[in-house]
Ligand binder design. Structure first.
Ligand code: C2E
Ligand code: CA
Ligand code: CA
Length: 532
């Protein structure tokens, strides 16, 4: 949460108002989104229903075509002179009966049917064909014969034989009556049979390559189009969106309550987190005012001279309610509630009080101080460093600023600030390197003095784990960039040995010492400092 939002919610009334407004906004947004999802779901469901109907029509068309091919193949063996013999006409009549989607079959010479399984077609001149296919097959469409049927029929010819069929039968009795169905020619976009209203716009630019769903918001229709196997014909089906309202209701009863539930959950979550945070914030403010923070110092050892050359200052909070609180817990909260800079300030004050004299007396001794991302975004850090130097009279190189990679990554400002810090002669360490998202290129961008190898890598250096390999990679990288290395969390002799072998010079960890109170650390240093 941003700092300003946080200050805002400090005011209880405003916080209540903010929560109510947030709740209303989230609930309205969730209803809006739920209705939208319900509508989409209903549309998808209807579109798949159209697909099923379309496929049934295509199946019928395919089966008619198969019967036509089967019949013409069989008859093409018979010489033209025999085609209309009484025996062959009888055979055609038998075949006609078994081919249920074909009305009649017959033989044609030129454009005139010589004979057929249904006598009424005999001698009929069909005129010029509507279409001649690449393979020479001919098609007549939209023919009328008052004596047989009210529907127009079509004739397909192959090798002198014809099948007479009624396209309308292909689309009959499929789906509910509200669904419009049509078959059209892909080349000319001419609908030659249909049921219900098909809008010419839907099919106007259909190329027949693959099935297509159209949501026509202007005319409020859902449309589905698919080609047949030859891609010369296509089937179009459409349903008005008004048919969706029931479907939408069905989906809405699921999605709207779900959406509201999520919105209410989010609002309550917000209130919970904000309240918790604001109480943490006031607790931290009290801790600052009542001096509940103190520092411990963990020795940093130079493996070359086997002496203590520095210490890392680690903050502790003695809370009257919770006892000793670990920094892992309260530092992130301080960062979120915008108090971290005040805490860093406090750390510098504590270092000044605890270590001013020790630092002055040991000009080669340094102190590492952790800073957060927010510290690297304002000038306050420079000011408190300068104060520390001025008030204690120590040398600037005795201070090492420990910045995490996330802290450095956050803002372009960090780059300028680091440069200013280094120009003052202060040293900079990158902390927890490798645990975030940083890369080598990023390391070269910043001017640094030390790289702290995180405990997770140190733990792995004497194992076969991949992390161990990463550790060695990091070590090589640091060497190539001329960075000194400090390995953190060294707990075993074996780890120390491996690190020495790889050229790591500085270490800290329980193998040498845990973090100590200021008083204990000063005694430790007297016993372990390098004797010059
Ligand atoms: P860090 O900077 O990585 O500090 C090292 C942590 O590892 C410390 O935990 C230290 O006590 C612990 N440690 C050192 N050697 C060993 C070891 O051999 N084994 C094990 N298991 N742990 C070891 P601590 O003091 O709890 O600090 C945790 C983190 O809190 C620090 O990680 C740092 O990120 C943050 N922190 C501590 N003090 C400050 C502070 O003054 N300011 C800011 N901004 N962050 C701080
Ligand atoms: Ca550190
Ligand atoms: Ca670390």
């Amino acid at each position: 949460m941003s700092k300003s939002a946080f200050k805002y919610i400090q005011n209880k009334k405003a916080f209540f108002l903010f929560s109510v407004v947030l709740g209303i906004l989230l609930v309205s947004a969730s209803i809006f989104v739920s209705v939208h999802i319900a509508k989409n779901q209903a549309i998808l469901k209807e579109a798949s229903r159209l697909e099923v109907i379309t496929n049934s029509v295509l199946d019928r068309m395919r089966s008619t075509h198969d019967q036509f091919v089967f019949f013409t193949n069989k008859n093409s063996q018979i010489p033209a002179s025999e085609a209309c013999s009484a025996a062959n006409v009888r055979k055609m009549q038998e075949e006609d009966v078994s081919a249920f989607s074909i009305q009649a079959i017959g033989h044609i010479t030129g454009n005139t049917i010589d004979c057929s399984s249904l006598e009424i077609f005999n001698g009929m001149n069909l005129g010029e064909p509507y279409r001649v296919d690449k393979d020479g097959n001919r098609v007549w469409a939209s023919l009328k014969n008052r004596t047989i049927n009210s529907y127009p029929y079509a004739v397909m010819e192959r090798n002198g034989y014809v099948a007479i069929l009624v396209p309308q039968h292909t689309i009959e009795a499929l789906g509910s009556p509200e669904v419009a169905v049509g078959i059209f020619n892909v080349d000319h976009h001419v609908i030659f049979t249909s049921r219900g209203k098909i809008n010419q716009q839907w099919i106007a630019d259909y190329q027949g390559d693959k099935p297509k769903t159209i949501i026509d918001y202007t005319n409020k229709f859902i449309v589905y189009i698919a080609p047949n196997t030859t891609k010369m014909l296509a089937v179009v089906t459409a349903i008005p969106m008004s048919e969706l309202s029931d479907e939408i209701k069905n989906f809405a009863v699921i999605f709207i309550p779900l959406g509201i539930l999520i919105a209410v959950g989010l609002t309550l979550g917000f209130i919970y987190i904000a309240k918790n945070q604001s109480s943490y914030r006031s607790e931290l403010l009290v801790a600052l005012a009542r001096n509940q923070f103190f520092l411990e110092y963990q020795p940093i050892i130079d493996l070359k001279s086997k002496s203590c050359v520095g210490a890392e200052a680690l903050i502790r909070w003695r809370s009257p309610h919770d006892g000793l609180v670990r920094p892992d817990l309260f530092i992130p909260l301080a960062e979120e509630s915008g108090l971290i800079c005040q805490i860093t300030h406090k750390v510098f004050e504590l270092v000044e009080n605890d270590m001013g004299e020790t630092l002055r007396n040991n000009p080669h001794f340094h102190i590492g101080i952790n800073v957060s991302a927010a510290d690297l975004q304002s000038d306050h850090l420079i000011l408190i460093i300068q104060n520390l130097i001025k008030n204690t009279g120590i040398l600037s190189h005795q201070i090492i600023i420990e910045a995490t990679e996330t802290g450095l990554l956050n803002d372009g400002n960090a780059l300028t600030l680091l440069k200013q810090i280094r120009d003052l002669g202060i040293q900079v360490a990158i902390d927890d390197f490798g645990t975030g998202y940083s890369s080598l290129s990023y390391l070269t961008k910043f001017e640094l003095d030390y790289l702290k190898i995180d405990k997770t890598f140190v733990d792995a250096v004497d194992t076969d784990a991949v992390t161990g390999q990463v550790a060695f990679h990091i070590i090589e990288m640091a060497k190539s960039l001329n960075l000194e290395m400090v390995a953190e969390g060294v707990e075993t002799e074996r780890q120390a040995q491996v690190l020495i072998e790889h050229g790591v010079r500085y270490v800290q960890g329980w193998l040498y010492s845990k973090s100590l109170s200021a008083k204990d650390f000063i005694i430790y240093l007297q016993n372990n400092a390098k004797h010059q």
